[in-house]
Design a protein around this ligand. Structure first.
Ligand SMILES: [Zn+2]
Length: 349
């Protein structure tokens, strides 16, 4: 017993106990703070998830607007994130829900416009058309709605109605002359009664007055009346439709007409159809013509891209109306030399 008391009184032992206590306390404090931090992080993540935009229900947008008094423009901006993500269905259902709760006429019109353009982007043209007709009922001078309605009618091949819309836009001093010529051409092409011959003559008359529709006319003729095209080849600037002529099958080419057309001689030299190998001012065609002379080298081919001269977006396929900025007949051809995969595959067989 005495020995034990002595041990407790040992000053060295006291110091050891003190340090052990300090260590245990600091360890516990550290562990507790780590636990608290982890817990806080977990809760933050939970909270963050709850407010993630994708998790918000349609009604939440109504609450944000009505209960929390978030400005209308901010609610619209939040909903527009779905459009940027390509989730049109969600954006549409948010707009439809908001429409039920918004009474202000201007805000209602803005929502309807957004709904109409989202239907349009989602490819639901009939619905988009109906929405814009609704907007125009109480706001007949709405240029945005008229423009969308025009494109909807055009895509639905209701060209006469589209033309009527151009007249309304004309009255509002919107420059719509390009659309008018294009719609006239499309009306001729899609006329269910006229014969092919009559359509060709009408198209040519329209083209004589306006060169803008050249490619539309050439495309139609190459599809339905090649003889008419070759007989009138001198009327056309063939470089505008060079991709269509490049992919024309050998048997459909009238080489008598080609022999009188400088550009076509260059194009078909590059393709390897003209053995004389006529050199071109166009760099890509010139390279291909030179490669054609070397029979062992058949690995290069021509590819076409189309750049919109308004918005500068590039597309692999030609469209009469730019899918991005909706400009009419704004595509320009760009050439690029590519590897000839067909020849390579054939040589492997
Ligand atoms: Zn464009």
């Amino acid at each position: 017993m005495n020995g034990l008391v002595l041990e407790y009184r040992d000053p060295l032992f006291g110091i050891i106990v003190l340090f052990t206590l300090i260590f245990v306390i600091s360890f516990l404090t550290y562990s507790f703070s780590m636990y608290k931090e982890k817990k806080a992080r977990r809760e933050y993540r939970k909270l963050f998830k709850r407010f993630e935009l994708g998790k918000l229900k349609e009604d939440d947008y109504v609450h944000l607007y009505q209960t929390y008094n978030l400005p209308f423009d901010s609610v619209i901006l939040l909903a527009s994130t779905f459009i940027h993500k390509g989730d049109f269905t969600k954006a549409i259902s948010v707009y439809l829900t908001l429409l039920e709760h918004v009474n202000d006429r201007v805000k209602k019109e803005e929502l309807l416009e957004l709904l109409g353009s989202t239907y349009f982007k989602a490819g639901l043209l009939q619905r988009s058309k109906d929405i814009f007709l609704k907007v125009l009922k109480f706001s007949p001078r709405n240029k945005h709605a008229l423009t969308y309605l025009l494109i909807c009618y055009e895509k639905l091949k209701e060209f006469d109605k589209a033309y009527e819309v151009t007249e309304s836009l004309d009255e509002l001093r919107v420059n719509i002359s390009r659309e008018k010529v294009y719609l006239e051409a499309m009306s001729i092409i899609n006329d269910p009664i006229n014969s092919f011959d009559k359509k060709c003559k009408q198209l040519l008359e329209l083209f004589a007055a306006n060169k803008l529709i050249e490619r539309v006319v050439v495309q139609y003729l190459l599809q339905f009346n090649k003889t008419f095209f070759w007989n009138n080849i001198n009327l056309f600037n063939t470089s505008i439709s060079m991709d269509l002529l490049w992919y024309l099958s050998f048997d459909d080419i009238d080489f008598d007409s080609v022999s009188k057309n400088e550009f076509l001689l260059e194009l078909y030299s590059a393709k390897g159809y003209i053995k004389e190998g006529i050199q071109s001012k166009i760099f890509e065609l010139n390279i291909l013509t030179t490669l054609q002379k070397d029979k062992s080298n058949q690995q290069a081919d021509l590819n076409f891209e189309f750049i919109c001269n308004k918005c500068k977006h590039i597309y692999p396929i030609y469209e009469n109306r730019c899918p991005h900025c909706h400009s009419i007949l704004s595509f320009q051809i760009e050439l690029e030399i590519t590897k000839n995969y067909i020849d390579e595959n054939q040589s492997l067989q």
